[in-house]
Design a protein around this ligand. Structure first.
Ligand SMILES: *Cc1c(COP(=O)(O)O)cnc(C)c1O
Length: 389
């Protein structure tokens, strides 16, 4: 008897149409800087309630460009969530600005609105308000963005929404998109909702920010006559206006992304169906399940359960049991401020306790569109084996 296949926590879903779309670009004149990039950008914006989209090599680049477009630099402060991938905080440091964190809400696992309001009040008193915040839509559940927008407008800071997990997420039955954030950032890494292999995107309703990000993604160089400082020497002429980067994405990647985007509703339905099955079948166990918030539609990027024990021992035991059953869970996230490179900056354990306690209990179990019911049942049975009684 052959042993059953290992079940990963996440995996891309690639259709024959996706493959055909990439092959068509391979047969076309442009592998990069051709028409597929703008076509993907326009489709992405249309699926997210409009705005201007700027696609780049990955979401880490997108976060960096978003910070630069908002003119974040040395002397500025930017706050993010400790419960995220390190990229959410590193982009602040790329710009020479100072990182700080706002602890999470124990139910949503997103940046706590109450903790944010308290920290802003104290910062206003002490004259050290942030120039921007980077809330993260953890696991695909949108942050309380309307309320955060209210705080941003009254205190005068910008919002860069790290929506890497939240392609297709909704608030009040409408796509979140860039409705609340100055810039929303998405990732197309293969484990995320739709993939381009590697890829990222900035979505904004501000044309000035979009133009800055487009310039910075390709060396700060332009051929646009409206922008040139000097008369063109000839048709070959270009100018570098600012110090930019090569953060470009390719047409091959955008063709894949565009094809995946056409499947967004199906991919979401599949994730929602599987998440609802976990909700039903794990409800009796002594664990906390992802919260469902009225009016908020999660993209269901991750399905994270929390065991009761805060020592980390039970989490390790459940993790090991799943591995023994041929399942590869994961943990999202080790609080960023506890990373050695952040402790070096002066952060200490205990500073953002909700995120640290959450981390000690959290396990990400498999959830992806091609997970079969049989495979999901294997995960459910394995969890019952180690958590019952
Ligand atoms: C994946 C991820 C990123 C980084 O995305 P890349 O496209 O891999 O650079 C940033 N923030 C969050 C929350 C992520 O999950």
């Amino acid at each position: 008897m052959s042993s059953p296949e290992i079940i990963p926590y996440s995996r891309q879903s690639i259709s024959d149409d996706d493959i055909a779309a990439v092959v068509a670009v391979l047969r076309s004149p442009y592998l990069t800087q051709g028409p597929s990039i703008e076509a993907f950008e326009n489709a992405f914006a249309a699926a997210h309630g409009g705005g201007e989209a700027v696609a780049v090599a990955n979401a880490t680049c997108a976060l960096h460009l978003a910070c630069l477009a908002l003119e974040i630099g040395p002397g500025d402060r930017v706050w993010t969530s400790p419960n995220s991938f390190v990229a959410s905080a590193n982009c602040i440091r790329y710009c020479g600005a100072e990182v700080d964190f706002v602890d999470i809400d124990t139910i949503t696992r997103n940046m706590s609105l109450a903790a944010l309001a308290d920290k802003l009040e104290a910062a206003a008193r002490d004259g050290c308000l942030p120039k921007a915040i980077i809330p993260v839509d953890f696991a695909g559940l949108p942050c309380e963005l309307a309320e955060m927008r209210g705080l941003a407008d009254s205190y005068g800071f910008a919002i860069i929404e790290d929506a890497s997990h939240a392609v297709g997420a909704q608030i009040d039955n409408r796509p979140v998109g860039a409705r609340f954030a100055d810039i929303a950032v998405y990732s197309f890494h293969p484990v995320k909702i739709v993939t381009t292999g590697e890829g990222g995107l900035c979505l904004t309703n501000d044309g000035v920010l979009a133009a800055r990000m487009r310039l910075l993604r390709s060396h700060g160089v332009t051929r646009d006559s409206a922008w040139l400082k000097r008369p063109a020497d000839g048709p070959w002429y270009y100018e570098q206006l600012v110090l930019g980067f090569n953060y470009r994405i390719t047409d091959l990647q955008c063709a894949l992304g565009h094809s995946q985007l056409a499947r967004l509703d199906d991919l979401y339905e599949r994730r929602e169906h599987l998440a609802a099955r976990y909700d039903q079948n794990l409800g009796g166990l002594p664990i906390r399940l992802p919260a469902r918030m009225p009016g908020y539609r999660s993209a269901h990027h991750l399905y994270v359960i929390e065991v009761a024990d805060e020592s980390g021992r039970d989490r390790k035991a459940v993790f090991d049991h799943l591995i023994a059953r041929g399942i590869r869970p994961n943990v999202h996230y080790i609080p960023i401020h506890t990373q050695p490179d952040y402790l070096r900056l002066g952060f200490v354990r205990g500073m953002f306790l909700a995120s640290e306690r959450y981390y000690a209990r959290a396990i990400t179990i498999p959830l992806f569109p091609d997970l079969t019911i049989g495979e999901q049942d294997r995960v459910i049975v394995a969890l019952h084996e180690c958590l019952h009684g």
